[in-house]
Design a protein around this ligand. Structure first.
Ligand code: NOJ
Length: 759
């Protein structure tokens, strides 16, 4: 007995030693609090409600919220916007509930808070990790100044299907870049210390694989091999966990036939046991209840299944609140499971410092000073300009002279309501700077800018109704299409250059906004064709939340600047780029297909046994009869006003062993007439593997600034880490043999050289 006891104490002290002093203190506090809590109060902590007022993204909005807070039946709220309202709700919790446990306050802080930045897909095109981290840091400062302590971001779902509207919210198709961005966003929000009043909890979502929905249709089935998950889809979530994200949101889709929200393999075996995640897992909006539709049982059953799987908080659906007590009595869940979940919610509150001061984030003084401040607007302008991708620029059509006579045409040229992009729940489109205003600001009246709307975003009233759910985004003009056309063509005829601002309304992408075509709406294309006939140089500024199919545009426009939905300062940023104040440097993070039939088109695909050779159709090869395999614009692609030349790659050695490294170097020279930035990209291919390996995979990149005429040597140190992958046994290994390195300014136009990984 003595022996058993002493080994128990050794175990205990070792265990305690593994915890930091701060963790021990937190455990003592939380355990003490939980001793005072009734079962109902413990279950209450697992309940996340929205009283409405924000943007409800499901059919349900919570009822009797005030009474539930008073009764200790609520752990947190989301969709409550504004310091005063948050203070009011927090007062209810800490003054009126029995144990005075403060609430969490969450929100979809996705790309900025009140100061709205470009959509995340756009930000990713900057390939500027420090800038992206800064965007999250600024958003955290602003959101916490308004009372929030929890951001439902970053969204890190790898997406290779532009039909899926939520491609707008993530960082594109690549796991390496996606992982860098995921980690940076977490750092930006949390800044290494949750207890500060200007940091908040990050929530990585949607765990997992949400971006791989069949057919690009939102919420749809996902089915993929473990090898593909581990190598291609899971890395960004893992990177966010490694960066210390305090919370994770489960996704709507199934994984191996089991909804993520009730998937024990996902939420416990992988997330907690394999990855060591210690924070809190919240469901997506009613995703517990939605398991009923998935065919997993009634509300009691799916709630028990979710708790068993490792879910801690139930968003909106109240399945936990209404059924867990019964499940406990019927032994469908254990008290330990309820308590573990409750502990994790309380720990989150503790780490945020809410038990020390529930009003830590409620400071009316901060809100008035920090929200929408001049420095944040300046950042929004900078971020936007850095996110734009120049897809075409024939004969240096751009930059424009400020004195040029510009015909500014298009439904998005003088529009405020679509500039913020999807998921800008706290942004105010009234503050958006449309392109017309931006050009006027830049020219101070020097340039002769004539504006004409030219067309509606769409003429289809039925379609417009679907898009206008959060307010008017497609504003169908009182004038006939013909009248608008004539006005636009007349303006174009009098100009030196046409700048046509066309594309998608903001709600044409985002949640539940899948499309089966990827063209610019037909009536806008008709307008562009009429403008083309004028013979004037045609510059397109295209706004969108997803990659589009741009064949006609690419063949006929002189220049194409793809700006995505660029946030509230978009107009000023477009002016900065069109007039050459900022030389564009964005590179695509998703491939742009030639047609929808090619989808999914992604650069890091596997080879087939019958690869297609160079886009020319060959019978009995893996290709299409009617379109090339290659995308119109590949991953990593984007032009500058200047040009860059790459030297051949030099290797420090032709071989390395797994403990060593080699350095790959290229000299990049700015050969054009402007100073500019270039994203130098490193790709690697494992030539022979135990499983088939992608034809090319991003493994590094550096964004360099070069004055005209200047050269720089860019070095990439390659270690074993860059050669590893998950093999068929899901072991993370590198395999000796031949590798190839590719370096270039995009995934298609690269130099290459081989090397050997020794045994
Ligand atoms: C549903 C979305 O899938 C998720 O991203 C979001 O955070 C929640 N609604 C809350 O608004």
């Amino acid at each position: 007995m003595k022996k058993i006891l002493s080994s128990f104490f050794i175990f205990l002290s070792l265990n305690l030693a593994a915890q930091t002093a701060a963790e021990v203190k937190m455990n003592v506090f939380v355990s003490g609090l939980m001793k005072k809590m009734t079962l109902e109060e413990k279950i209450g902590q697992l309940n996340l409600l929205t009283p409405g007022g924000g943007i409800a993204t499901g059919a349900v909005v919570s009822k009797d919220v005030e009474a539930k807070i008073t009764n200790g039946q609520v752990g947190g709220l989301f969709g409550v916007i504004g310091e005063a309202k948050i203070r009011q709700a927090q007062e209810l919790a800490v003054n009126n509930s029995r144990l005075k446990i403060p609430l969490l306050f969450g929100s979809d802080v996705i790309h900025g808070y009140k100061t709205t930045f470009p959509i995340p897909l756009a930000l990713s095109c900057s390939w500027d990790i420090a800038m992206i981290e800064r965007s999250a840091r600024i958003a955290a400062t602003e959101a916490t100044a308004d009372g929030l302590n929890w951001a439902f971001s970053p969204m890190v779902d790898i997406a290779r299907d532009p039909r899926w509207g939520r491609i707008a919210e993530g960082s594109g198709e690549d796991p390496y870049l996606g992982s860098q961005i995921a980690g940076a966003m977490v750092k930006g929000y949390q800044n290494g210390d949750l207890s500060k009043n200007n940091t908040l909890m990050a929530c990585v979502k949607h765990f997992a694989l949400y971006g791989a929905a069949d057919g690009g249709r939102d919420y749809n089935t996902v089915d993929m091999s473990r090898v593909k998950m581990y190598n291609e889809y899971l890395p960004p979530y893992k990177a966010a966990v490694d960066a210390g994200t305090a919370s994770v949101m489960s996704s709507f889709n199934v994984i191996d036939g089991i909804p993520a929200t009730g998937n024990k393999w996902l939420l416990t075996d992988l997330l907690r046991k394999e990855w060591g995640f210690k924070g809190m897992v919240v469901s997506d909006y009613t995703s517990v209840n939605e398991m009923i539709h998935h065919g997993m049982g009634d509300l009691q059953q799916v709630s028990a299944m979710s708790l068993n799987a490792g879910l801690d908080m139930d968003m909106v659906g109240e399945g936990f609140l209404t059924t867990l007590k019964k499940s406990l009595q019927e032994k469908k869940v254990t008290l330990k499971q309820v308590e573990d979940a409750c502990r994790r919610v309380l720990e989150a509150k503790y780490k945020l410092g809410l038990f020390d001061d529930p009003f830590r984030y409620c400071d009316a003084g901060r809100a008035s000073k920090e929200i929408l401040s001049a420095d944040k607007k300046a950042a929004a302008r900078e971020f936007a300009a850095h996110s734009f991708v120049l897809l075409k620029n024939n004969n240096q059509a751009l930059p424009l002279k400020k004195t040029a006579n510009i015909a500014l045409i298009g439904p998005l040229a003088n529009d405020k309501s679509n500039m913020l992009g999807t998921w800008a729940v706290s942004g105010n489109s009234e503050f958006a700077v449309p392109v017309l205003e931006g050009l006027k600001n830049a020219t101070g009246g020097d340039a002769n800018i004539v504006y004409a709307k030219g067309a509606n975003i769409s003429d289809d009233t039925v379609f417009a109704k679907k898009i206008n759910v959060f307010g008017t985004r497609i504003d169908i003009d009182k004038r006939s299409p013909g009248e608008m056309f004539d006005e636009a063509v007349a303006a174009a005829n009098k100009s030196d250059v046409i700048v046509a601002v066309v594309g998608e309304a903001s709600e044409m992408s985002g949640e539940s906004s899948s499309r089966s075509t990827l063209d610019i709406p037909e009536n806008q294309l008709t307008l562009l064709k009429a403008l083309k006939k004028t013979g004037k140089p045609l510059v397109l500024v295209i706004m969108s939340g997803r990659p589009l199919v741009l064949n006609w545009e690419n063949e006929n426009a002189d220049a194409i600047l793809f700006t995505w939905h660029g946030g509230q300062e978009i107009g000023n940023a477009v002016a900065d780029v069109l007039f050459g104040v900022y030389n564009p440097s964005g590179k695509l993070t998703t491939s742009f297909p030639r047609n929808v039939g090619q989808v999914p088109t992604y650069y890091n695909h596997l080879n087939t046994g019958r690869p297609n050779a160079g886009d020319i159709f060959q019978k009995f090869r893996s290709n299409y009869l009617d379109v090339e395999n290659s995308p119109l614009f590949p991953f990593g692609y984007g032009l500058s006003y200047t040009s860059f030349r790459y030297s051949d790659i030099k290797l420090s050695s032709a071989s390395m062993n797994s403990g060593g490294s080699i350095t790959a170097s290229v000299t990049v020279t700015n050969t054009g007439n402007y100073d500019g930035e270039e994203v130098v990209q490193l790709y690697i291919r494992d030539m022979v593997g135990s499983i088939t390996r992608p034809v090319i995979e991003l493994k590094g990149f550096q964004k360099v600034f070069l004055r005209k005429g200047e050269s720089v040597e860019v070095n990439f140190k390659i270690t074993n880490y860059f050669l590893k992958f998950y093999n068929n046994d899901l072991k993370y290994v590198s395999e000796p043999g031949d590798f190839k390195i590719f370096i270039g300014g995009n995934s298609r136009d690269v130099k290459d050289i081989g090397f050997l990984l020794l045994k």
